[in-house]
Design a protein around this ligand. Structure first.
Ligand code: ADP
Ligand code: MG
Length: 139
């Protein structure tokens, strides 16, 4: 798939971009979602998760590094914001989420170190003033 670049003008459009990416995902795929705080990472993941059939509210994991949602293909949502390198943590920390049967989304993937080398797609979001966000989806 070629690299795609688009700009959105609000959260709904970012959710729709997530939903479009979801159409191309399947079990075992890992999507790295990067960008600064408030860039819209969780919003993008919410749109993708909805499109994949997740009915529960999709919010940032707080007390754990991730959540798994039931759906026809299960969806994992990991947020490594509070992590300071996986090395000091349980190395199996991601194993519960990045499973062969699930589609996984990982916010702040750069904090994981090398563990995410096998990811399928990377999504980068950036502020472009006001409610505008640039989204780059790259294989
Ligand atoms: P992150 O996970 O990157 O920290 P969130 O998705 O949690 O970001 O929050 C993004 C915030 O920015 C939300 O409050 C959302 O309503 C707001 N927002 C405004 N415009 C956009 C946009 N175009 N895309 C995504 N979020 C937007
Ligand atoms: Mg977030």
């Amino acid at each position: 798939m070629p690299e795609e670049r688009l700009e959105t003008d609000g959260p709904d459009a970012t959710e729709a971009a997530g939903a479009r990416l979801a159409e191309r995902l399947g079990p075992g795929d890992v999507v790295l979602v990067s960008g600064e705080l408030g860039a819209g990472k969780t919003t993008f993941v919410r749109g993708a998760a909805r499109a994949l059939g997740v009915t529960e509210p999709v919010v940032s994991p707080t007390f754990t590094i991730g959540r798994r949602y039931d759906a026809p293909v299960p969806v994992s949502h990991v947020d490594l914001y509070r992590l300071d390198g996986l090395d000091e943590e349980d190395p199996a920390l991601l194993a519960d989420y990045l499973t062969a049967d699930a589609i996984a989304f990982v916010e702040w993937p750069e904090r994981a170190g090398r563990d995410l080398a096998g990811a399928t797609v990377s999504v980068r979001l950036a502020h472009r003033g006001g409610d505008r966000r640039e989204i780059v989806v790259a294989p």
